[in-house]
Structure formats: C-alpha cells, structure tokens
Design a protein around this ligand. Structure first.
Ligand code: KIV
Length: 255
C-alpha cells in the first residue's frame, strides 16, 4: 500500500461487536490497543493493563474480524523485563489471542527485543513519539520531537526499528513535518496519530473516532459521528417509553 500510495486505515477495537462493525466498513487494520485501560476499564492510563487482559480482548476481537489485519499491543512490563519473556508474551498474543502482529512502544533499549520477536516469526509494529506507557517518565502526555535533538533522535529511532525488522511504525503526537520526514526516509509504512497528514496511514481510538468518548479530546482527534449524543438520546427515549408504558408495544410482545 505504501508503494502504491494507498493510505492505510487503522482503528482500535476491544470486543467482537466493534471489530465486526469496523471490519464490515472495510478498515485495513484493527489494533487491540492497551488504550483499553482508558477506554474500557476507566483507568487514567494504560499502565495497569495486564497481558491476560490483552489476550482476552484480542481473542474476542478476533471473532469479529474477517478481512482486516489484527494487531495487539504488548502491555506495560510484558516486554521490558527480558527478551526471552518478551518473545513468549508476544507468542501468547498470537497463539491465544489470534493476533497477527504485536505492537511495542520502543526506545533504544527495546530495539534488540523488536529484533528477537521478529526473528521468532512474529511481525512487530514499533510505536515511537508519545509513548503512553512512559507517561510518568515523560511527565505527562506531551507532543514529542519539538527540539532539533529530539527530532533527530526520533528519526534515528525510526531507522533502528526498521533495521531491527519492524514491519510498521506507529508515530504518536509529533510535529507533522517530522512525521513526513520519517515517513519519506523509511521503506516500511508509518501510521500516524497526532502526526499530520503525510504518514502512510492513520490510527484512531474507535470511541474517539465515533464521538463516544467524553470531552475534552486531544487536538488530533476528529469525531466522525456524535456517538454520545445518539446513544444518550436513544437511552432517554427508551427510559421514557418504559416509564410511560409505551414500550413494549404489541409488536414487541408474544401473543
Ligand atoms: O493503545 C492504543 O490504542 C494505541 C493507539 C492509539 C496507537 O497505541
């Protein structure tokens, strides 16, 4: 797709129903993101998400997927402890979760891990830029790569990831010109989130894309529907019809 200049669409999903929906819509790739900590579990960050939870959600998502590529996030401390445990944890996402690839948030420390997982036969997506699993180290969720040194570092890191065998690079929250420079200098595709319009593809969290997430949303999110408004209105209507005895009607009842 990169070679043909076809943009790659990626979206997160955490359950079979949503996966079936986005797959039917023709999405290219589904990511079971560890953002499930924020979106599904109501947590402030992704750090508490466990490998067991990622395997469970990946497995149920896989039941809704017919065509899209299915990728799963490796959660915090599932690949940082040792290369060996990273390979076996990545393997569990493939064998038990039915994922087709795994995603790791990388810096120089984890390039060997990318290499080893890939060497074990598991396709790897490297995630650079804003890495939510490093929120406490970074001191918050901040745009990365604004200074010349940081930008050079991210460009270098992108090449290390490609050289280590990553087949895809997710770039989060960096200035658009830097994302474009990285994209043009790599042969593997880049998928941006908060990284401008010149990456090879885009990823968003499903609930943000569908307007289901409560405000405020990050600047890089566009709501493609007013999901919250639609579902709150539907629920209000349902409550009102239950209370006024309008629902269930004869049509909804068995004779
Ligand atoms: O966890 C996640 O959903 C992600 C994407 C937003 C890239 O990492």
């Amino acid at each position: 797709m990169k070679e043909n200049g076809d943009k790659i669409s990626m979206i997160t999903a955490y359950d079979a129903a949503t996966a079936e929906l986005v797959d039917s819509a023709g999405i290219d790739s589904i990511l079971v993101g560890d953002s499930l900590g924020n979106v599904i579990q109501g947590l402030d960050n992704t750090l508490a998400v466990s490998l067991e939870e990622m395997i469970y959600h990946t497995k149920i998502v896989s039941r809704g997927v017919k065509n899209a590529h299915l990728a799963a996030d490796m959660p915090f401390l599932s690949y940082q402890v040792s290369v060996d445990s990273a390979i076996s944890n990545a393997g569990r996402l493939i064998k038990e979760g039915n994922a087709e690839s795994v995603k790791l948030e990388v810096n120089e420390e984890y390039i060997d891990t990318v290499y080893a997982i890939n060497k074990a036969g598991i396709p790897v997506i490297a995630h650079i830029g804003l890495c939510p699993q490093s929120v406490h180290v970074a001191g918050g969720y901040k745009v990365q790569g604004r200074s010349k040194d940081d930008a050079d570092h991210l460009l270098h890191l992108a090449h290390l990831a490609e050289d280590a065998g990553a087949f895809l690079l997710v770039i989060e929250s960096i200035p658009a010109p830097l994302a474009e420079k990285i994209t043009k200098s790599l042969s593997i595709p880049t998928i941006g989130i908060g990284a401008g319009n010149n990456c090879d593809g885009q990823v968003l969290v499903f609930n943000d894309m569908a307007g289901l997430s409560p405000e405020p949303l990050p600047k890089f999110v566009n709501k493609f529907a007013e999901g919250r408004k639609i579902f709150i209105k539907a629920t209000e209507k349902y409550i009102q019809q239950v209370k006024s005895r309008k629902f269930p009607s004869k049509n909804n009842s068995y004779e």
